[in-house]
Each structure stands twice: as structure tokens, then as C-alpha cells.
Design a protein around this ligand. Structure first.
Ligand SMILES: [Zn+2]
Length: 131
């Protein structure tokens, strides 16, 4: 049985604010820190949802929710909402990302992971991942 990757990225089409070129950015929405330590490092650097223009190097942050899965962490699931969204939109995003992760796990999924589940500001999430 081949395990599906737990981490999930979106590749929105961005228009560079510097040179007006359009490009596909690498924006991560679900990160399994055990599976992808490289992405855990990008969360620490605050660039996990930053597009970088391949033409001129201009950076652009895409404001989206982020779900982090820590198989050995407590809590196991961390959700950091987008900055400019309403609580309702945050709930929708959280639900969508949880479902994406669930689809990659099915039998491995544990309902108790949701016991302490709630939104965490991005800076607090970055601090929690340093431990
Ligand atoms: Zn550019």
C-alpha cells in the first residue's frame, strides 16, 4: 500500500507586482512537518505562502489558511487562518483543509485530534513549531 503525501499545495496564478509577469506560485495549505521538514522550515521563515516571481524575484504573500499536521505533536493539528477573513470564512477554510488531509489518511485519522482544534494566529503557530 502506497501512502499518499499528506502535504498539499495550491498553485494560484499570480501577477507580479514588480514586472507584471504572471506565474504559478507555490502556496502550501497543508503541511505534515514530519513528512516535509523543508516545508516546516519555510513556515519558520514565514515564506510558506509566499510566491517568488521567476522573472524578477519580487515576493508576494498569498493570504490563505494553513493546516499543520504534527504526528508526534500536542496538539497534533494546528490551524492558522488567513489574515483578512471573517470567522465564518475561517471555519470553511479549516473544514476544507481538514477534509483534504483526511482524504490522504482515512484509516489513520483519529477523531480525537479535533478535541483541541481552534484558530491560532500565524506568529503563535510559528512559535509553537520551534519547540
Ligand atoms: Zn516579477
Amino acid at each position: 500500500m502506497t501512502a499518499l503525501p499528506h502535504s498539499y499545495r495550491s498553485d494560484p496564478l499570480l501577477v507580479c507586482e514588480g514586472c507584471q509577469e504572471s506565474y504559478r506560485a507555490d502556496i502550501w495549505l497543508v503541511v505534515d512537518v514530519a513528512e516535509r521538514p523543508d516545508l516546516a522550515a519555510r513556515i519558520g521563515e514565514g515564506t510558506i505562502q509566499t510566491g517568488v516571481c521567476p522573472n524578477c524575484g519580487e515576493k508576494q504573500v498569498v493570504d490563505m489558511g494553513l493546516l499543520v499536521f504534527r504526528p508526534n505533536g500536542n496538539p497534533v493539528l494546528l490551524f492558522s487562518p488567513a489574515q483578512e477573513t471573517t470567522p465564518e470564512e475561517d471555519q470553511d477554510q479549516a473544514r476544507g483543509l481538514l477534509n483534504l488531509l483526511y482524504q490522504t489518511m482515512k484509516d489513520e485519522w483519529q477523531g480525537e485530534w479535533l478535541n483541541d482544534f481552534g484558530p491560532i494566529p500565524r506568529e503563535a503557530l510559528i512559535e509553537m513549531l520551534k519547540d
